[in-house]
Design a protein around this ligand. Structure first.
Ligand SMILES: C[S@@+](CC[C@H](N)C(=O)[O-])C[C@H]1O[C@@H](n2cnc3c(N)ncnc32)[C@H](O)[C@@H]1O
Length: 396
C-alpha cells in the first residue's frame, strides 16, 4: 500500500528524509526537500524505513527534470540528477555544517563553497556493470542493471567506448582516460575475454591490472605528468585535482608553517607530494596500495621518501605540515593519533565523506587541533558526494 510522505531534509547519503505516520523516519531515494510524495515502503526496521517514489504529488522547489535520460530508466549512477544546482549546493553546505556541529561538536567557521571544474562530462574513471557485453549502471540500492549508451558525467573520451564497446565475458569493467593526454584504458573484471574496443584503447584483465605491468594511463595536472595504474586512485578529473591542490596550497601559504618536513598521508600516486611538496626540503609519503606506490616512485622526485604501508603501521616522524587525504572511512582514531605524534603545527585534512569529516573533527579537536578553515570543493556534481578541505592549527 502506498503512503503519503513530506520530505523535510536530505540525509548525508543523498536520500530524502520524511516521517511515516507511526513516527519512524523514512529514507527515499530521488526525493527533494519539500516534496510531497506517494511512496512504497521497501525496507522496514524498528527505528526507520526505506521507500521508493510511486508518485510526486507536489514537487519541492529544488526539483528539476534530470539532464540525464537514463535516470527515468532506473539508473542509480548519480543520486542527485533530479536536484537543481542550487539545491545540490545548499544540501552539500548543510550536510557538512550538520556533520561538523552534530558529529564534530564544533562551531565551524563559515563554510566555503568552491565550484568544481564542470557539472557534466567530468569523470575520468568510471566503473560499470556489464549486461549482454554492454556497459550498464546499477539502480539505486539495487543490483538491477540499466544499459547505458552515453553517460553524461563521463568524460567525452569515453563516448565511443560507451556507444560501441563490446565487453565480452566480463561482469564489470573500469574505464579510465587521461583527459589531457588522450590515454584510454579498460579493465575487465574478472576477465577481458573477447573485448572489442577502439584500436587505441589498452584492454587488460583484473589479473594484469593487479600486476601493474604497463597497465596505466598518463594524466597531466598542475604541470606534472602523472602515471596512474589501473588500480591506483586519482581525483575525478585533472581540473578537479588542480583546484584541490590550489586550495591546499592557498591555506598553507596563509599559515606561518615551516617548510622543512611535509608528511603526505594516504598519498596515492603523489598528488600533494609532487606539487606543494616542492616547497619542502623533505617529504614523506605514506600509502598502502602497491600500484599507487609504484606510480608514486615514478612520479616523484628523490626528496620524497615513499613508505609502502598503512598509515596505522607507519612510525610517525616530526613534521611541519601534514596533509591527510584518507578514503571514505576517514582518519579514525588511529590516523588522528599518527598525526598527533608528528606534532605538526599545521594539518590539512581532505575528506570525501561528510560523516567521516564530522567524526574526524571531534578526534582532531580532542588531539589538540583547532579548525581554522573549511571549504567544500564540488568535484562530484549530480551526486551527493562531497570533497572537503579543512585546515587545522595545533593549540599551544
Ligand atoms: C582518497 S585517496 C587520496 C590519494 C591522493 N592523496 C590523491 O589526492 O590522489 C586515498 C588513498 O589512501 C590509500 N589508503 C587507503 N587506506 C590506507 C591506509 N590505511 N594507509 C595508507 N594508505 C591508505 C588508498 O590506496 C588511496 O590511494
Amino acid at each position: 500500500m502506498s503512503k503519503r510522505v513530506n520530505i523535510y531534509d536530505l540525509a548525508v547519503g543523498g536520500e530524502g528524509v520524511g516521517r511515516l505516520a507511526d513516527g519512524r523516519v523514512v529514507f527515499v531515494a530521488g526525493a527533494a526537500v519539500n516534496d510531497e510524495l506517494l511512496i512504497r515502503v521497501t525496507e522496514e526496521k524498528s527505528r526507520y524505513a526505506r521507500g521508493e517514489i510511486v508518485e510526486v504529488l507536489v514537487a519541492g522547489e529544488g526539483r528539476r527534470e534530470p539532464p540525464c535520460r537514463y535516470v527515468e530508466a532506473g539508473c542509480g549512477g548519480c543520486d542527485w540528477q533530479h536536484l537543481s544546482q542550487e539545491a545540490q549546493i545548499d544540501a552539500k553546505l548543510s550536510a557538512v555544517e550538520d556533520s561538523l556541529v552534530k558529529l564534530g561538536s564544533l562551531e565551524p567557521p563559515e563554510i566555503g563553497y568552491v565550484e568544481g571544474p564542470e557539472s557534466l562530462r567530468y569523470r575520468t574513471t568510471v566503473r560499470v556493470g556489464i549486461l549482454d557485453s554492454r556497459p550498464a549502471y546499477r539502480g539505486p540500492r539495487s543490483n538491477h542493471l540499466v544499459p547505458i549508451g552515453n553517460c553524461p558525467i563521463a568524460h567525452p573520451l569515453m563516448d565511443d567506448i560507451f556507444a560501441d564497446g563490446f565487453f565480452g565475458e566480463a561482469n564489470e569493467a573500469t574505464i579510465r582516460v587521461g583527459a589531457r593526454t588522450g590515454d584510454r584504458l579498460v579493465i575487465g573484471h574478472p576477465n577481458a575475454n573477447n573485448f572489442e574496443m577502439p584500436a587505441d584503447v589498452l584492454v587488460v584483465d583484473k589479473k594484469k591490472a593487479r600486476k601493474g605491468a604497463n597497465a596505466h594511463i598518463v594524466e597531466e595536472a598542475a604541470g606534472v605528468e602523472w602515471q596512474i595504474s589501473a588500480n591506483s586512485f586519482f581525483q575525478s578529473s585533472p581540473e578537479g585535482a588542480e583546484i584541490l591542490v590550489g586550495l591546499v596550497a592557498e591555506w598553507l601559504a596563509k599559515q606561518d608553517s615551516g617548510e622543512h618536513v611535509l608528511v603526505d598521508l594516504y598519498a596515492g600516486v603523489g598528488l600533494f607530494s609532487g606539487t606543494v611538496g616542492d616547497w619542502f626540503d623533505k617529504v614523506t609519503a605514506v600509502e598502502s596500495s602497491a600500484s599507487a606506490v609504484n606510480d608514486a616512485s615514478n612520479n616523484l622526485g628523490s626528496h620524497v621518501a615513499i613508505h609502502h604501508m598503512e598509515v596505522e603501521k607507519w612510525i610517525p616522524e616530526l613534521a611541519d605540515v601534514v596533509i591527510a587525504d584518507p578514503p571514505r572511512s576517514g582518519l579514525r582514531s588511529e590516523g588522528v593519533e599518527t598525526i598527533q605524534q608528528t606534532q605538526a603545527p599545521h594539518v590539512v585534512l581532505v575528506s570525501c565523506d561528510a560523516g567521516a569529516l564530522g567524526r574526524d573533527s571531534a578526534l582532531m579537536t580532542a588531539a589538540g587541533y583547532d579548525l581554522d578553515q573549511v571549504d567544500i570543493l564540488d568535484m562530484f556534481p549530480q551526486t551527493s558526494h562531497v570533497e572537503v578541505v579543512s585546515g587545522w592549527v595545533r593549540r599551544n
